[in-house]
Design a protein around this ligand. Structure first.
Ligand code: SF4
Length: 330
């Protein structure tokens, strides 16, 4: 069984100042573009730059990060940040996620995440692309009413938290996906070498995944369901497995992976086992946290199958299955 250091080598290099956070490299990659260019032209330039970039010694303007912000701004105006693809102009109206401008519910140094991540500067956005009936953070995720904070100001807070010992910036919610433009704008305002963690349900669009490429160091994912029927009934999303599996594969190509799987009662055969099997087959270099803390919250009591806490036997069954398939558990 490989250790955490072996599976997250780049993250540890950043922690020890032997490596650079990807978003900082992005600022050192010169890109020449005009805002008058078409979106197709800018995507072509973006993708070509990612294929053959050269990180320079000095910060450039415009840089690859500036190009990503321009593309994110265009997506924001006909929103396709996640696979709901609402295509609403977020300057004027929210979509399914209920988020218009980015709102922060809270931020703090978190000591309750996986040991390798703590202390983690966790930034909780209001709003979510999912509507999970069992959400433990439903007050944050389903009621997008946090505080609006200017990107420069949050940048200052991140610099402060780094000085206080933060090992990383942990973008979460709800879900961070609706706030991609804002996150890139915050990163434009900081220069500290700190790893970026994308803590998400991974229902991102392909465009969002491309914009995260070269920015995110660790994907801290929430891989819940093994089929679309459970995802639709319990989280109100369509096409879950194709989108989330695709995004895990994309993420693993350009970042390090820490995958969380929350064991749900009565969902071992339909969800836990297919998720673990997929990870064993396609994401074998990932760290996996099999989570045993499920208890019915929010509207979970409306669904018979998940209206009770998880049993120790169910968790053990999933953990033994993962062990048999050679999963790197933490
Ligand atoms: S982030 Fe997703 S749910 Fe929210 S408006 Fe954009 S496409 Fe719709």
């Amino acid at each position: 069984m490989m250790g955490v250091r072996v599976l997250l080598p780049k993250y540890h290099a950043i922690l020890e100042e032997n490596g650079t956070a990807q978003y900082l490299d992005c600022k050192h990659i010169p890109v020449s573009f005009e805002t008058s260019q078409s979106t197709d032209e800018l995507w072509e330039l973006h993708d070509e730059t990612l294929r053959s970039f050269h990180v320079q010694n000095t910060i450039h303007s415009p840089s690859l990060l500036d190009l990503k912000i321009e593309l994110a701004d265009r997506l924001f105006q006909a929103c396709c940040f996640c696979d709901h693809k609402c295509r609403v102009d977020r300057r004027k109206t929210p979509g399914v996620c209920g988020v218009q401008e980015a709102r922060i519910a809270t931020e703090f140094l978190h000591f309750g995440e996986e040991t390798v991540l703590v202390p983690s500067h966790t930034i909780f956005f209001s709003g979510c692309t999912f509507q999970c009936v069992f959400c433990q953070n439903w007050d944050i995720s389903q009621l997008p009413c946090g505080t609006s904070i200017a990107p420069e100001k949050l940048g200052n807070v991140i610099e402060q938290r780094k000085k206080q010992g933060a090992h990383n910036v942990n973008w979460v919610g709800g879900d961070p996906t609706s706030n991609l433009l804002y996150i890139l704008q915050v990163l434009q305002n900081i220069d500290t070498n700190i790893a970026q963690v994308w803590n998400s349900n991974m229902y991102c669009s392909e465009e969002t995944m491309k914009l995260l490429h070269g920015v995110i160091d660790i994907y801290l994912t929430d891989f819940k369901y093994g089929n679309d029927t459970c995802a639709k009934r319990l989280s109100k999303v369509d096409g879950y497995t194709a989108v989330v599996r695709r995004n895990h594969l994309l993420a693993s190509e350009h970042g390090e992976m820490l995958i969380r799987h929350l064991v749900l009662p009565n969902h071992i055969d339909c969800c836990s086992k297919p998720v673990i099997t997929f990870i064993a087959k396609h994401l074998s270099n990932s760290l996996v946290n099999i989570m045993a803390q499920y208890k019915p919250e929010y509207r979970a009591y409306e669904q018979k199958d998940i209206a009770r806490s998880i049993s120790p036997e169910e968790v053990l069954q999933v953990k033994e299955y993962a062990e048999k398939l050679g999963i790197h558990q933490i």
